[in-house]
Design a protein around this ligand. Structure first.
Ligand code: SAM
Length: 318
């Protein structure tokens, strides 16, 4: 259900209970159960049969929540953290640069909390496949169960495996590899084995410090990868506001006198002598954006590279 939509909430569905932009919680709708929060109690039975997006008020009438359909983007905000996770700015950047789209085969390690895995699955569905590798047994098991509950088992295979010691056990199958490991450079040779050789293979390594980037870039070069590039994703929020935009008359008036821009709802009637039907003379509100001062901190460096198809690299050597 994370890669397709349905209208009506049923028993067993995952629902994201939305209180506010910064406060959400995932629940599995289960007959007979009750969800409690600071506003009061919400019975799961009331939710069954409602449309996703519905507003549900507490019996006491003290508050309400919205029942949202789960998406990978929402899941990233509510996922139970078993490890550090990837957030949306990095997820979207990596997905675009790895050229992920429906039908692609992808390898990821480690699985961690499965935050990125959900997004990958949605992007490559319905015909693609994600092989995700995790050497922490409990994390691998938990992720497998979560993907099953989220009806992603057809798209994601979780393997409990140390990819540095044992490689990926898959050869010439992947369009792209993503490494989020403490020592990604040690898995670069295995990533090369896993990538397809008949088309361009893409790799991305996520590392928090520049020393790791240097070692990864060396390993990529030694293993025949090219076009090695490193990016840092620093997300900056923008505030969007409406401000009044005076028409020409008002602007000239404002230069002459103590002009105050008028609000749209109190828009002055245009003087018939100046109203020539040209919209430029009407005052209006326009949207403006202003950057919020805070630039969210560094999450990691993203090192990308490509593996040229074998025929092409052989031709270049001849
Ligand atoms: N990208 C993930 C997400 O968005 O939820 C988070 C990955 S987490 C930071 C790194 C994971 O790599 C950990 O769960 C760790 O157990 C796993 N890991 C570390 N070394 C590994 C190895 N050699 N083989 C497989 N998994 C490994």
């Amino acid at each position: 259900m994370f890669h397709e939509y349905k209208d009506i909430i049923e028993n067993g569905d995952t629902v994201i209970v939305y209180l506010s932009h910064n406060s959400m919680a995932p629940i599995t709708v289960t007959k007979g159960q009750v969800y409690n929060n600071k506003f009061g109690s919400f019975s799961h039975d009331q939710m069954i049969g409602l449309k996703y997006g519905s507003k549900l008020t507490t019996k006491e009438g003290r508050g309400f929540v919205y029942l949202l359909h789960p998406t990978p983007a929402l899941w990233t905000q509510v996922v139970p953290h078993r490890t550090q996770i990837l957030y949306l700015p990095d997820i979207s950047f990596v997905s675009a640069h790895l050229d992920l789209r429906p039908g692609k085969v992808m390898i990821e390690s480690g699985t961690g909390s499965g935050s990125f895995s959900h997004s990958i699955a949605r992007t490559i569905a319905p015909t693609g496949h994600l092989y995700t590798f995790e050497y922490h047994e409990l994390r691998a098991e938990t992720a497998r169960k979560e993907f099953k509950d989220h009806k992603l088992s057809d798209i994601i295979t979780v393997e409990h495996r140390d990819v540095i010691a044992n490689g990926f056990g898959r050869f010439n199958v992947a369009d792209a590899v993503f490494l989020d490991l403490p020592a990604p450079w040690e898995a670069v040779a295995a990533a090369k084995d896993a990538l397809r050789k008949d088309t361009i293979g893409r790799i991305c390594c996520f590392s928090p410090c520049i020393e790791q980037v240097q070692r990864t870039a060396l390993a990529l070069d030694e293993n025949g990868f090219s076009d090695i590039r490193m990016y840092e994703c620093l997300a900056k929020d923008y505030e969007v506001r409406k401000v009044p935009c005076p028409n020409i008359e008002e602007a000239i008036g404002g230069l002459k006198a103590d002009f105050k821009p008028i609000k749209n709802d109190k828009k002055r009637k245009l003087d018939s002598t100046t109203d020539n039907g040209d919209n430029n003379t009407e005052s209006c509100n326009i949207n403006v954006t202003k950057p919020v001062d805070l630039v969210r901190g560094h999450t990691s460096y993203l090192t990308f590279a490509i593996l040229a198809p074998e025929q092409e690299s052989n031709a270049m050597l001849e």
